[in-house]
Design a protein around this ligand. Sequence first.
Ligand code: TSJ
Length: 650
Amino acid sequence: MANYTARDITVLEGLEPVRKRPGMYIGGVGTAGLHHLVWEILDNAVDEAMNGYASNISVTLHADGSSITIADDGRGAPVDKHPKTKKSALETIFTVLHAGGKFEPGSYKTAGGLHGVGASVVNALSSELHASVKRDGALWEMTFKRGKPTGALKKAGPARGTGTTVYFHPDPTIFPKVEFDAAIIRERLEVVSYIHKGVKVTFEDETSAGSRQPAAGGKVVFQHEEGLSDYLKKIVAERGSKPVHEAPFVLARESGPKLDLVLQWTEATDEHVRSYVNGIPTGSGGTHENGLRAGLGKAVRNYIDTHSLSPKGVTLTADDIREGLTGVLSIFIQEPQFQGQTKDRLNNPELTATIDSAVRPALEHWLNHNRSVAESIVARVILAARAREASRAAQAEVTRKTATTGRLNLPGKLSDCTGAGRDDSELFVVEGDSAGGSAKQGRDRTKQAILPLRGKVMNTEGLTLAKVLENKELADLVVALGCGLGKNFDLGRLRYGKVVILADADSDGHHIATLLLTFLYRHLPQLIAAGKVFLAQPPLYRIDIGKETHWALDDAHRDRILKQHGNGPSTALRAGRGHPEITRFKGLGEMMPKVLWETTLNPKTRRLLRVDISDQIVTDRIINELMGKDASARFRFIMERAEEARELDV
Ligand code: TSJ
């Protein structure tokens, strides 16, 4: 070959680099990377649907939980010979890196997905991949192992209809854990069905047979003729926030770039806008969301000014305008730049002005043509401004107390620690005075501070900050933490290295822990994000077997201990053992301080759970849903999401 081009080298290199450094292509080999394979293949089917050639997409998670089939009823991926490589187009898609994106511009534009690294990457990282294509009356098949064809493209027989089907099993020598999460896939498919209205997306979870999760499994069909409007309905219903107006604002543009937007103001106290770029969630927002905010703010302000609706005595901020706003934005662009640790923030600068100038005139026009709706929205905005003023006053009061250093301003019932070091100090927030007493006596007073809270903490869900801070217990907690809250939050001023919630191991205790976490999640979310919040795990049972003492966190733990140490009829008779003696603690208050120290407070022997909320949207929704239901369900949710903290100081 006379002239070697970079492109040829890519072809020669094949897929080895993908197997050598999978992280470079899919971000990592953990759960996210594993599911990235699914999104890559799925994108191809979605593209076909978006271009109007496919109307059905189906995804089957097979019984082994580690292999999956994705199919569409589109035109069928091309199987003709590729002029350059002398390979079939199908083989090229699966064996040439970036085929479709950079390779032969225009010919298989969509074969790499709108953002994707391509089907070849999935193939390279799969121990097994089968592709089948129905087109021109025939069924074509080709199979691969670890990116290499295991045979030629074969005509397997006649076929009716058209479409593409891909089955793959990720390579266990690449992925430490090859197990798909049905919930993650289901959630993504549902979003796909909203973003691409009308497309019928079917998910079949074959892992469900014999599953203990009742919610899992079976076949679900997602299909939404109204697209994002249907999505918005679901979000508003889920969050339980009453809409301020009936019909949402809807904006749809087919090009420059393709854009879909739905907005609805509600009585919720926060803003909740989900955004997607090329179908990928941008949880951290970015330039497109900035454009939306700018356009939206200007439209509402213009409306208020034009109709002389400005309130007396308060100035409206951008946040006031968006309070209670619920919405979904979806855009499709040529070369999305994602940034941030989790690559979920859009960084295409040109998008801000583009979205701004698409939203502003359309929204302004809509407001002017729906005067009564517009007036409800403006009333909502003014209400937000007034509530903010009231909260600011309450918050300033707390901040004033917090800002002045010196013990005098700390809450009277706080038993502070005596040591100076902040990083290894801990604040235990304890339910009730008597438990507080035990904790106070049992603690390491140099490093551990105790703040007892009396009785039930209020349910803060859906309340304004002003209302929340009327509650003495919570206001005291904020003062003790020292870091302020809401917009005045400053992690640098946190007075402790760890904030530990210490509640009884029973359902009442769980309830209180949940209420505290709800408060922290809504008003000091940065504290949780910084990994500063923990749950202590006091025992529920003391089990004495002979001379040994064991502590059990719950019934299941108790039963395990009893089984391990033998309480069956045969073992109970063993010499020297005797019957186990089981004591159930009614509450922390009746635990001896020394016992509390050994089981729950002592960093050398205790176990803490770190509260970690990684998926904002899911957490938000679930907190919303649960804060009216039974406490144990809530606590189970939180416990499932709390991760065991590694004690660095052991
Ligand atoms: F990439 C892939 F092989 F993994 C894959 C591709 C996986 C799945 C589930 C679907 C697809 C796919 C590809 N569905 N539909 C298509 N269509 C094309 O590739 C196609 C078909 C016809 C024409 C044409 O110009 O006639 C062009 C294209 C890109």
